[in-house]
Design a protein around this ligand. Sequence first.
Ligand code: NDP
Length: 281
Amino acid sequence: MSAEIIDGKKIAQTMRAQLKDRINQLEDITPGLAVILIGDNQASKTYVSMKQKACEDLGIYSKLVKLPDTVKESELLDIIQELNEDQLIHGILVQLPLPAHISETSVIEAIYPSKDVDGFHPINIGRLQAGGEAFYPCTPNGIMKMLEFQEIDPAGKHAVVVGRSNIVGKPMGQLLLGKSATVTYCHSKTADLKTHTAQADILIAAAGIRNLITADHIKSGAVVIDVGMNRDEEGKLCGDVDYDQCRLKASAITPVPGGVGPMTITMLLFNTVESAERFSR
Ligand code: NDP
């Protein structure tokens, strides 16, 4: 058996075309995203320029606020407040990580939940669990869209999520639960990871450890979603899953690169467009 390869690039392209149509239908309003970049971290700069380019391609107004890493927390909070009130801005994103002297919690909580397109504000996290209008974190929500595109219905399936971070693992499990999967979370303290992952109908690997998931870890016919972004010895991007082995056993699998990655930025665009639509109502 060889797994169906879930083509994240293609799904992302389809979704972006749909978003373009939605933007064209908005009258008198252009969706706007503000991105705050603090300091000189090369990875952060790359992510921010990818996000800006994606906005440009779609016709979303993007505003970049660049700040030195010496910026005071109070100054940053003032800037966020201005953006909260800015009519041209429907989404605010503060690129993480932040310098050590700035509290991530204070910054995330300063963004109005109605503009928190990353879905990290406690109100949005709460609504993800309790229901109500919310933004969901981009990576796990992108995975839900991928499953939808592939017509994989989580209802009644056993989903195992490896990783419990606030931005990927935890919301991933909640979203799957919301679609009636039976969910198991695994993490670094999980005893005998394999006994859990081998039961998964849907396995989400989000630990950030190269080759953590080998063919022994998966059930025959499982759907395997690889969130990991690691580098091999040659510096090539790779996931958490031993792709070459696991694709012979899985029924569907995401590659790295070209799987979950392209969906994450797409969902940021999705949330920004959704926000603009809400503001225009
Ligand atoms: P974190 O480092 O915040 O979380 C990693 C999680 O994996 C933790 O919950 C940790 O457990 C768990 N873990 C670590 N080691 C093991 C182990 N041996 N067995 C089981 N679980 C383990 O990472 P993120 O959630 O932010 O990201 C995870 C991966 O996904 C990274 O590679 C990241 O680069 C990638 N990523 C990819 C994105 C994309 O768009 N493709 C977007 C976001 C992230 P514990 O809680 O006990 O420490």
